[in-house]
Design a protein around this ligand. Sequence first.
Ligand code: GLU
Length: 184
Amino acid sequence: MCGIVGYVGPKSALNFLLEGLYRLEYRGYDSAGVAIQEDGSIAIRKKTGRVGQLAQLCQEQPITGSYGIGHTRWATHGEPSDVNSHPHTGGNGEVVLVHNGVIENYSTLRNQLREGGYVFRTATDTEVVAHLVAHHLAEEVKMGADPTSVPTCVKAVEAALKRLKGTYGLGILFRDVPGLLIAA
Ligand code: GLU
């Protein structure tokens, strides 16, 4: 079973997230990753193997920033690999999320999203959720909503969740809304 940790606060997020992932190790996992908001973009570090290996990667390629999400994965869809590790990105990077669970209707949703021009880079069911939230965010914006407002992001997540069948714990960041972390 995998795990999710999130942090929004005054401190540097990275140490908090790694510490949280170490504490979740007992649940079992095959890969780990973090995403942290930094200067208007979201930096992602992810890797197969132990949390210690992720920590090593983060030492070589440090990220600052005071909010973010972390994940330990137990692969169900798509082999354990760096690319299939979470976090995953939706749209053009405006949505970044981690997921525990299984999306049973991912295949149908993936086909629909592909028809809408979304490009899939991983073999996971989770990437569908990331693109679906990005899609509903774009729909809100088409109707005149402000993409940088919290209610717009909440509505996009609610619309996406209504279309999912299966199980999910989610931690979601929005590139253009600093300080927002939605848990569902
Ligand atoms: N189904 C997702 C995957 O295979 C999440 C697995 C998990 O809960 O860690 O990436």
